[in-house]
Design a protein around this ligand. Structure first.
Ligand code: NAD
Ligand code: 4TP
Length: 321
């Protein structure tokens, strides 16, 4: 077992390869799993055989993973898609075999994996849940540089907006709330979590005049959870949940769909935002951004979110240990 965090390489045509050496400034002990050929020219790295092997100071620890092809920044090669997926599975396998406690994933291109390897999952979140045995999970985006903090959990993730009302069942909403509540206690050290739940409709349905989901579905569920003793506010109008005074009244916001959650967090803290998968039997964080193909290979990628993700994984692992 090592405290070293496993950093998966993600899409090699994205900004992942250039973020890896920059992430050394995090001060976190991590090992990058990827093909050294994809690293920026001149990267000082040291190959290891096992995650815990010693590495000379100042060098990027690399657990080599052979990829089918070199990488051209901005242009994902379908031949590399299976290897991108395999690196993620390899990291989980190393953790499940007790060689490490936590992983941080550099961005993948969902489209490239679907087209290149028939990847059957919407993203890391669902794939990691499957690798962990099909456990129920939730995707949290957590700020690290704003006060009060902004932590958001979309109850539905990578589905078309037209499917959200039907997908937002009692079970889905209750699962998101319960997983978040448990994680706030376990991994964020909040003894009595306060949760705010956004309504689906504008003005949270305006008393039923702009939709009925809040009255017919949200309120009975939230009343039941409140009766259990959970501190839950809502369903609330989403547009007044994210200014500072509103954020001071809760520890995490459960939102109805992807952009209702991710627009505020990426607006408030794009550089410091961290994606955390809640509910896994191990720790997984990732930066809050994607592959940034438009700037890949140009030396313009900001490592801040990756650094925040590595530090959060380290701190969560230490907390759990
Ligand atoms: N966790 C993940 O693996 C993850 C997260 C989000 C998106 N994606 C994937 O990434 C691909 C591109 O997605 P997108 O374009 O919607 O989002 P993106 O985050 O890749 O890029 C959005 C904009 O933000 C900029 N940007 C992103 N990260 C940056 C950084 N570190 N420094 C400086 N600028 C940065 C990009 O240049 C671009 O202009 C898609 O295939 C998507 O599925 C993956
Ligand atoms: N929805 C996240 C975002 O926009 O940042 C990201 O795509 C999550 O994807 P993963 O499930 O691959 O972490």
């Amino acid at each position: 077992m090592t405290d070293r965090i496993l950093l998966t390489c993600g899409e090699p045509a994205g900004i992942g390869p250039e973020l890896a050496p920059l992430a050394l400034e995090s001060g976190v002990d991590f090992v990058w799993i990827g093909d050294p050929r994809h690293l920026p020219e001149g990267t000082a790295y040291h190959e290891v055989v096992a995650p815990s092997d010693p590495v000379p100071e100042g060098r990027l620890p690399v657990l080599p993973h052979d990829f089918a092809a070199p990488a051209t920044p901005g242009r994902p090669d379908p031949a590399n898609a299976p290897d991108v997926i395999e690196v993620i599975a390899r990291a989980v396998d190393l953790i499940m075999r007790g060689e490490s406690r936590a992983m941080t994933t550099l961005p993948i291109s969902k489209q490239a994996l679907k087209e290149g390897a028939g990847f059957g999952f919407p993203g890391h979140t669902e794939y990691l849940a499957d690798l962990a045995g099909g456990v129920p999970v939730a995707m949290m985006l957590a700020s690290t540089t704003v006060t009060p903090p902004c932590r958001v959990v979309p109850a539905t993730i990578h589905i078309p907006l037209s499917q959200v009302p039907d997908a937002l069942t009692d079970r889905v909403l209750e699962q998101a709330i319960r997983i978040t509540h448990a994680a706030l206690i376990r991994d964020f050290g909040i003894a009595a979590p306060r949760i705010a739940v956004a309504g689906l409709n504008p003005h949270a349905g305006e008393g039923g005049t702009i939709g009925h989901e809040e009255i017919r579905r949200f309120r009975p569920l939230l009343d039941r959870l409140r009766a259990e003793g959970m501190q839950i506010a809502g369903p609330l109008p989403a547009d007044t949940m994210f200014h500072p005074p509103a954020r001071s009244r809760y520890d995490a916001a459960i939102c109805a769909y992807h952009d209702q959650a991710l627009i505020p967090i990426k607006t408030l803290d794009f550089a410091g935002g961290v994606n955390v998968t809640l509910g896994l039997p191990f720790i997984r964080t990732s930066p809050d951004h994607g592959t940034a193909f438009d700037i890949a290979g140009q030396g313009r990628a900001d490592p801040a979110s990756t650094i925040a993700a590595l530090r959060m994984a380290r701190d969560m692992a230490a907390n759990r240990a």
